[in-house]
Design a protein around this ligand. Structure first.
Ligand SMILES: Nc1ncnc2c1ncn2[C@@H]1O[C@H](COP(=O)(O)OP(=O)(O)O)[C@@H](O)[C@H]1O
Ligand SMILES: Cc1ncc(C[n+]2csc(CCOP(=O)(O)OP(=O)(O)O)c2C)c(N)n1
Ligand SMILES: [Mg+2]
Length: 348
């Protein structure tokens, strides 16, 4: 990575030469949250380890990493520069989403940063701001950053681990879908993929209309529906997962875990694709391929017994059926373009 890309404003102070303690002193104040957020944090950042309450004696735990040029680019082909705030927000969002997808709510996070020496200090401060803003604005009202780690490397890498609680309830697994269940979606799908396509295009970001720009913003700062996971659990959801790798791929995971068939409603797909029209028209792209193959919105895919009133935020997009004699678990769609397999880190 050329130096001027990371250190984008001339001669900005970089992390080079700062001691770990100096850098932590710049980060810690930005991780502070209101008391309601730290209610589960018995001991926060500053010691060898943090201590976090497990209100019902069980801890839900997940981890996710973003790596420069794999999960974001500092400078995209369309001219957009990914801010530290974006990366911090996305780290919060994708981790909170995994807790949401269990029907749980987050209690705390730890964050590990690997930074090249030419990273501006302000970029790192911005990342801490994005992380806390994401937690706050997405509504993780009892979650705060309890600690982390700092290290040096060739490219930026941000790993967040998140802890959560089910408040004594049962988790909603991928494996519980039953024939006859309704398949429902909360949040968006395909919007982050539209944003990725815009970022990777040569249509300058400054020329985008607001209706197009929203997709770039959603790719940069996803908005998982955090109330929807616990609400789905309370409503009796039989299976659930978050869509990070695409509706077909993640729907296929739900089908495989439940040993059932998932059928997507063509009218629902057309409606979801219609929401992407501004970006699809601009790029001459296939909106339905984004709906079927796009990850990173972190919407929830859940199944509910027929007759259950769907909780707020969910809409029906299909159904679950028993497997036919020659049918393997998978997702049926009326139309299945070849390039909608979804995201796979190693196959790409
Ligand atoms: N390196 C690893 N070691 C152990 N388990 C892993 C590893 N990577 C992924 N997993 C587990 O495999 C499952 C699928 O991972 P992943 O695709 O990252 O899930 P998600 O899309 O929900 O984040 C998860 O249960 C995760 O904990
Ligand atoms: C530079 C760049 N290339 C490609 C992508 C698209 N992309 C990266 S990871 C990913 C899938 C989701 O990430 P992952 O870490 O697999 O999340 P998880 O499934 O573990 O929740 C997608 C669609 C991107 N965001 N940035
Ligand atoms: Mg993962």
């Amino acid at each position: 990575m050329p130096e001027d890309l990371r250190n984008r404003v001339d001669r900005q102070p970089t992390v080079a030469g700062l001691s770990e303690a100096d850098l932590l002193a710049r980060i810690f104040p930005r991780l502070r949250m209101e008391d309601s957020h730290t209610i589960n944090t018995v001991l926060g950042p500053g010691d060898d380890a943090a201590i976090v309450a497990a209100p019902d004696g069980k801890t839900v735990i997940s981890i996710d990493t973003q790596v420069e040029d794999q999960d974001f680019r500092l400078l995209w082909p369309n001219g957009y520069r990914t801010t530290g705030f974006d990366v911090g927000w996305k780290a919060a969002a994708q981790n909170l989403s995994d807790i949401n997808a269990m029907g749980a709510r987050a209690t705390s996070m730890v964050v590990s940063l690997t930074l090249p020496v030419d990273t501006p200090v302000s970029w790192v401060e911005d990342l801490a701001d994005g992380l806390t803003a994401g937690i706050r604005e997405l509504g993780a009202t009892q979650c705060s950053v309890a600690g982390g780690d700092l290290g040096r490397g060739r490219e930026i890498s941000v790993t967040v681990a998140v802890l959560g609680t089910l408040d004594g309830g049962r988790p909603v697994l991928r494996s519980g879908a039953q024939p006859g269940d309704i398949l429902a979606l909360a949040g968006t799908v395909g919007h982050a993929a539209a944003g990725l396509a815009l970022l990777e295009s040569d249509v300058a970001v400054d020329t985008l209309a607001p209706a197009e720009r929203v997709f770039v913003d959603l790719q940069s700062r996803p908005r998982p529906p955090l109330d929807a996971g616990p609400a789905a659990r309370a409503a009796g959801a039989t299976a659930m997962l978050d869509i990070s790798d695409g509706l077909l791929r993640d729907g296929g995971r739900l089908a495989a875990a439940s040993n059932a068939g998932v059928a997507l409603d063509p009218a629902a797909l057309a409606r979801l694709a219609g929401l992407l029209a501004p970006a699809a028209e601009l790029l001459g792209a296939d909106a339905e391929a984004w709906v079927l193959g796009g990850g990173e919105d972190h919407g929830l895919l859940a199944t509910f017994p027929a007759g259950v009133q769907l909780p707020p935020g969910f809409t029906a997009i299909g159904s679950i059926h028993a497997l036919g004699t020659d049918e393997g678990p998978g997702v049926l769609t009326a139309r299945r373009p070849g390039d909608t397999g979804g995201w796979d880190h190693f196959a790409h």
